[in-house]
Design a binder for this molecule. Structure first.
Ligand SMILES: NC(=O)C1=CN([C@@H]2O[C@H](COP(=O)(O)OP(=O)(O)OC[C@H]3O[C@@H](n4cnc5c(N)ncnc54)[C@H](O)[C@@H]3O)[C@@H](O)[C@H]2O)C=CC1
Ligand SMILES: NCC(=O)COP(=O)(O)O
Length: 332
């Protein structure tokens, strides 16, 4: 009998809701073997705090877990952590959990990694420049370009730019960046999502997609030329469209994915439609990585009220993508 794929789940910021959400994985459907990467004492304390009856077992690659146990690959905290209270002393612990997951995926020991939320600010406070998992995964796997895409509410929304100040967005939107992002998005819609000929709606940057150049020239000077070149190569690209009406149901029905130009152009729409059930997937990586659609929710940490729905969806998508990654099949 073939062994189930092993999926690594990083528990994220120790003061946030990540540790208590990963404790709920025993309830998640699916056939994978799940290994949580975190401090085992932290998990045991959160389980006790929330009254979750749970047996933690150290992960051993060759030994199948006993039924009813949650396997843990132990990474030690630098300092004890209290729910809701950030401590920069643990910033490097969070990164160490990611490094362990990435190494296991790159070595083929893990079929995929799923990430619970990290707190970007406290990692920077720890002295490590960090803008998000997406950028960190690109750096750690030596991948020059990756693309963030969220899936939820019947939509797939990818971002041309990710975690950068709004003021920096127009300068970041170069023809090279846009072209690479669209090629990665197209390739992974085919290869990871099994869509043979993806149709992509592309948002403009400016109000009314620039109003013919009267409200900004990025559409004319950057977006339209890139779309024209890629269309000539066979891609089905619609746009640039005004972002305020691009998400109307009649437009979405014409496409398999949307490319938004920046984080808060695309994500509020998707999160409004599916918060708590959405999944963040990193495209363009040599490994499979999915994540939750929410943050550390420090206000809920330790309360037991955090919804594990997005983590369960992220695990389910990781299982699907890992199966395709292991045995790429013909597109539907
Ligand atoms: N995948 C990741 O690592 C992500 C990390 N973040 C980080 O999280 C930190 C906090 O970000 P915020 O903007 O405050 O967003 P947030 O998602 O942590 O919180 C926004 C609101 O949603 C609620 N919420 C979040 N998750 C929930 C859940 N599972 N169940 C029920 N309610 C939930 C919170 O209580 C809060 O009211 C930031 O440092 C941010 O960078 C944000 C998004 C994703
Ligand atoms: N809004 C998505 C987000 O901030 C998560 O980003 P990442 O940590 O997955 O790069």
């Amino acid at each position: 009998m073939s062994r189930p794929p092993v999926i690594a789940i990083t528990a994220g910021e120790p003061a946030g809701i990540g540790p208590e959400l990963v404790l709920r994985l025993a309830e998640a459907p699916g056939a994978s073997r799940r290994v949580v990467i975190a401090d085992r004492t932290l998990l045991a304390e959160r389980a006790r705090l929330l009254g979750l009856p749970l047996t933690l077992a150290d992960y051993r690659r060759e030994a199948a877990p006993a039924p009813g146990t949650l396997e843990v690959l132990h990474v030690p905290l630098a300092a004890p952590s209290r729910p809701g209270v950030l401590d920069a002393a643990n910033g490097r612990y969070v990164l160490a959990t990611l490094v362990a997951a990435i190494a296991g995926c790159m070595a083929g020991e893990f079929a995929a990694m799923v990430t619970a939320p990290v707190h970007k600010g406290v990692i920077n406070d720890a002295g490590v420049p960090f803008s998000g998992h997406t950028e960190y995964l690109a750096e750690q796997t030596h991948t020059p370009r990756v693309v963030m895409m969220l899936v939820g509410g019947g939509m797939r929304v990818a971002l041309a730019t990710t975690h950068l100040p709004l003021r920096a967005v127009p300068d970041a939107l170069t023809p090279a960046l846009l072209s690479e992002v669209l090629q990665i998005l197209h390739a992974d819609l085919v290869g990871k999502f099994g869509i043979a000929a993806p149709r992509i709606l592309v948002a403009g940057l400016n109000p009314h997609a620039g109003e013919g150049g009267h409200l900004g020239r990025e559409e004319i000077e950057v977006i339209e030329p890139v779309l024209a070149t890629l269309r000539a190569g066979g891609m089905h690209l619609i746009g640039p469209l005004p972002a305020d009406t691009l998400f109307n149901p009649d437009k979405l029905a014409q496409a398999d994915a949307v490319l938004a130009m920046y984080h808060d152009q695309g994500l509020p729409v998707l999160k409004h439609a599916s918060f708590g059930q959405g999944v963040n997937v990193t495209l363009g990586l040599p490994i499979v990585r999915t994540s939750v659609d929410h943050g550390t929710a420090l206000d809920l940490a330790g309360s037991g009220r955090a919804d594990p729905g997005s983590l369960f969806e992220a695990l389910a998508l990781a299982e699907t993508l890992a199966a395709r990654h292991a045995a790429p099949g013909p597109a539907r």
